[in-house]
Design a protein around this ligand. Structure first.
Ligand code: ADP
Ligand code: MG
Length: 579
């Protein structure tokens, strides 16, 4: 017998399509808040949203007469005719969400419009209106939802742990907040504030509020448009990668998406400068909506671009433009001068990192000087550097560690020889590792190394990696190894130290199976290799500067410490109270 389903049963079935898990409820409620013109939304959850969800907004609210209607299926205040359907500019329009949510939860709604003196409160359990009353309330709407799927145990069983459901919500609300910098969004999880944004409209502030982690502090702005494809967003410099893709978040026409095409654009944009890991890339891409297909299922994030090449091209160029143009130098932070030396000294405010302005065609410089950096990490785009390295004049050498140089604009720089050395080392080793042509020097007396350990089963792999970095290392009996060739520009001592540390670092529990690990070990080992406090002759200082100038990033050591500290004429005059 064919029967019409009871309304309640029908609603529960329909709810399954829209409401898969607590995060789906949050998505619908937040979208409704946006559609209601709210500029402030608070999301408060407990137990991964399973037991408690509260979403409060300051939007237009719902009149007392319409409060109940909003929960009827196909009740929507957003469209009323077929024509409207073609001109939708709201996030929701099907009028299904509230009906679906209320069918599978215990729900309370408090809402008030600005024009009304009183608001209304509605309690609905499993689709049944329990109470409806007038109440005092602030302007806007609050939903409190308890016991998700309490009346559909089969669905409830499919929910993951509180932690896993909670993470899905944090992930969603974070991304939602990223795409609405004009709206202040606060997320509270088990009574702890996860983040709060200000709604001041500034994308970078907004990113920093959502991700307070320091990795997101020094992002660079991408702003590029070609062939009607607009790429805007923030990306990290190539030295600052994460081991997962967590920092890569993409929006196309405001919608969060995953896309292999965007991945390709990023990869192309950074060229060979990413040795390992994933740079942070938060990109807002705008295209003509006729040039994409979006999977219309509310929970899917897939997207298809009609012209993938153009999208890759725009993303790639946008990223290349900033990644290769901006390198930063650290400014001098005026030290506190001891009281016995100066009276009434006012400490300088902290200087910010500056971005460089002068353009140098690095490729030509490198060509002329027959760069020793492996060809495939040589960058092809012009780089902005704050000064021409050739014009730097050595003005002194202090503490057997710092080279003092002047540029032609009356700026003074202190160069930390160890940090510089580490940078040179690092780029050389990585360069060799990535290149087929190694820049090596044979040595007269081979170095024989004794390792305390048999390098376990990894011996061949380790030797292979070391050889790829420009060494010629081979076995020499029991736990002994012989080095016959070392990378160019490395002293015997440094080479020996490096290989020793490298092997130690591997034996300390690393595996050699990917570039992330190898990058990490090289970075770690560089530090040890150049530890000695060796005084440089004037010729050696010049040489260090020369080699440093050919580095891709001469301004930081591989661990992120500065190699250059800048002191401008203004800083000096200020310290002397001349300004
Ligand atoms: P849709 O968003 O597709 O219209 P919903 O079921 O999500 O359908 O919401 C039904 C109606 O309830 C909306 O069209 C809107 O008029 C009203 N509504 C829902 N949430 C809010 C809110 N936070 N503030 C004001 N009105 C709301
Ligand atoms: Mg809706």
């Amino acid at each position: 017998m064919i029967k019409l389903l009871d309304k309640n049963v029908a609603d529960k079935i329909a709810a399954g399509e829209v409401i898969e898990r607590p995060v789906s409820i949050i998505k619908e409620l937040m979208e409704n808040s946006i559609d209601a013109g709210a500029n402030s939304i608070v999301v408060d959850i407990k137990n991964g949203g399973k037991s408690y969800i509260r979403v409060t907004d300051n939007g237009e609210g719902i009149s007392t007469e319409e409060a109940e209607t909003a929960f009827l299926r196909h009740a929507t205040g957003k469209i009323s005719s077929l024509e409207d359907l073609n001109a939708i500019n709201t996030l929701g329009f099907r009028g299904e969400a509230l009906a679906s949510i209320s069918a599978v939860t215990r729900l309370k709604m408090i809402t008030k419009r600005e024009v009304d003196s009183e608001g209304s409160k509605l309690v609905i359990n499993g689709g049944h209106v329990m109470t409806k009353e007038m109440t005092g309330a602030p302007n806007g709407t609050t939903f409190v939802i308890e016991d998700v799927f309490y009346n559909t145990p089969a669905r409830k069983k499919f929910l993951k742990t509180d932690g896993a459901e909670g993470n899905k919500i944090i992930d969603f609300v974070s991304k939602f907040a990223l795409s609405y910098p004009m709206i202040s969004i606060k997320l509270i999880n088990n009574n702890i504030t996860v983040f709060a944004t200000t709604g001041d409209g500034n994308y970078l502030n907004n990113i920093n509020n959502v991700f307070p982690n320091k990795d997101y502090k020094n992002l660079m702005e991408v702003n590029y448009e070609e062939n009607g494809i607009k790429v805007f967003g923030y990306v990290s410099n190539p030295g600052q990668t994460k081991t997962t893709k967590q920092g890569q978040i993409f929006f196309v026409n405001g919608r969060i998406v995953d896309s292999k095409v965007i991945d390709k654009g990023i990869k192309a944009g950074y060229k060979e400068r990413i040795f390992s890991g994933y740079p942070i890339c938060i990109l807002f891409i705008t295209v003509n909506s006729k040039t994409i297909d979006v999977n219309i299922h509310p929970n899917k994030k897939e997207i298809r671009f009609h012209d993938e090449k153009e999208v890759i091209n725009a993303i790639s160029k946008g990223i290349t433009e900033v990644v290769f143009k901006q390198q930063s130098i650290h400014e001098f932070e005026m030290p506190r001068i001891r009281e016995e030396n100066v009276i009434d000294y006012e400490p300088m405010p902290e200087f910010k990192e500056i971005l460089n302005t002068e353009q140098v065609d690095i490729k030509n410089v490198l060509k002329e000087k027959k760069s020793e950096i492996a060809e495939n990490i040589i960058i092809s785009a012009p780089i902005n550097r704050p000064f021409d390295f050739n014009e730097l004049k050595i003005a002194g050498y202090i503490l057997s560690t710092y080279i003092v140089v002047e540029d032609t604009d009356e700026n003074t720089y202190f160069i930390d020889q160890h940090a510089a050395h580490e940078r040179i080392f690092y780029e050389k080793l990585i360069g060799n590792y990535l290149s087929d042509e190694k820049l090596s020097q044979p040595i007269l007396t081979p170095i024989v190394l004794e390792t305390s350990n048999a390098m376990d089963g990894l011996r061949d792999e380790i030797l292979n990696v070391i050889n790829k970095m420009g060494f010629d290392i081979g076995e020499f009996g029991n736990n002994s190894y012989i080095i016959r060739e070392i990378p160019g520009n490395m002293t015997l001592n440094e080479a020996e130290n490096f290989v020793n540390t490298f092997i130690d670092n591997v034996i300390d529990g690393e595996t050699m199976d990917n570039n992330v690990v190898i990058d990490k070990i090289i970075t770690k080992s560089c530090k040890n290799a150049v530890k000695g406090n060796n005084k440089l002759s004037e010729m050696e200082q010049n040489e260090l500067l020369d080699v440093l100038s050919k580095c891709i990033n001469p301004f930081n050591c591989p661990h992120g410490r500065p190699t250059f500290i800048k002191l401008s004429k203004y800083d000096i005059e200020k310290a002397f109270h001349r300004r």
